[in-house]
Design a protein around this ligand. Structure first.
Ligand code: UDP
Length: 339
């Protein structure tokens, strides 16, 4: 239970003191979740990392496992979770997020967002914990306006290969709204735009990981469609700072907040950048554009700037430079494992 007498956490991600607080991070072995685990341990918190390891990887947290303040719980949030200790905050980061991964088991993906969120909201209500939902820019579907602000209602489909993820996340937002209104649960909803960086699975299937791994291995870069579709890529450190700010800023912040980098690139521009930064001579190979692939995506982050004093600082070129050595090490490691 949140003890209102304990000193409140500070405002910025750096220097925040969360000692004495216990944080549940579902999806804690995943890309964003594992970064959140580290940030919280650095801030002095106790971390309960919950993950069913469907797309999360023990590799992302193996150096944390021996720590006093870190507990790994292998659990699927589709089933209720009852920690055996008091908790203060819950980050719900659990759900496969890469299209080829979330489309492998579409009904599980939908249930993870809907039943999983429902279970965690019940937990938050019982324990008086604040809860943050990792929502997504996918709630805007294939947007007809640019940039996308939080009041844009989206251009969405209920029946299609992406709907298991998009509609599951939309329904989860509805559950967050109702638990906040009906049951006064302290809720936060982050609409996360494309994010990249160390701890991504090299086989994740998303564009940044695919391009860097392909470039480093001398394979053709797989451009889906003509490559003129756009995305706005946020470096993981910036995104995690936004999530921390959203969780630990006091006030009524139940409305959704876009978190992402508003600088937009075409997929062809990203390919050129990756080739230049890796020094690779790989060619581009055009493949079919997947069904319902959004043509554009770019966040309006005015709300995050105003409410949280947050904005991203790492330009794409800098983030790609920081990410390449991570994937190079992952490739070397898996080559060693195969010998
Ligand atoms: N994409 C691509 N090559 C790849 C993987 C993805 O051209 O190897 C494209 C994809 O079609 C989409 C964009 O890159 O237009 C971003 O895809 P990603 O899967 O990274 O994220 P999302 O579609 O969920 O934004």
């Amino acid at each position: 239970m949140l003890d209102k007498n304990k000193p409140g956490p500070g405002h910025s991600s750096e220097g925040r003191d969360l000692s004495g607080r216990t944080i549940v991070i579902t999806g804690g072995a995943g890309f964003l979740g594992s970064h959140l685990c580290r940030h919280h341990l650095e801030a002095g918190a106790r971390v309960l990392c919950v993950d069913n390891l469907s797309t999360g990887r023990l590799r992302n947290i193996e150096d944390l496992l021996e720590g006093h303040d870190f507990k790994f719980v292998k659990h699927d949030i589709i089933d209720p979770y009852e920690p055996g200790e008091a908790i203060d905050y819950i980050f719900n980061m659990a759900c496969p997020a890469s299209p080829p991964k979330y489309q492998l088991h579409p009904i599980r993906t939908f249930d993870t967002s809907v039943r999983g969120s429902h279970n965690l909201l019940e937990l938050a209500m019982r324990r008086g914990a604040r809860i943050l939902q990792a929502s997504t820019s996918e709630v805007y579907g294939d947007p007809a306006v640019s940039p996308q602000a939080e009041d844009y209602r989206g251009n969405v489909v209920t029946m299609g290969p992406r709907a298991c993820y998009d509609e599951g996340k939309r329904a989860a937002e509805t559950l967050f709204y109702e638990y906040n209104h009906l049951h006064k649960v302290d809720t936060r909803v982050a609409r996360i735009f494309n994010t990249y960086g160390p701890a991504m699975d090299p086989e994740d299937g998303r564009v940044v990981s695919n391009f860097i791994v392909q470039a480093l291995q001398g394979h053709d870069l797989t451009v889906y469609g003509d490559g003129t579709q756009t995305r706005s890529f946020c470096y993981v450190d910036d995104l995690v700072a936004g999530l921390m700010a959203l969780m630990y800023t006091e006030g009524d912040l139940a409305d959704p907040v876009n978190l992402g980098n508003p600088v937009e690139f075409t997929i062809l521009e990203l390919a050129d950048l990756v080739l230049a930064e890796t020094g690779s001579t790989s060619a581009l190979k055009h493949l079919d554009l997947p069904k319902d692939d959004p043509k554009i995506r770019r966040p309006n982050i005015e709300h995050a700037r105003d409410a949280l004093g947050w904005e991203p600082h790492v330009p794409l070129i800098e983030g790609i430079r920081r990410t390449i050595p991570y994937f190079a090490a992952e490739i070397a490691q898996s080559a060693k494992a195969q010998v």
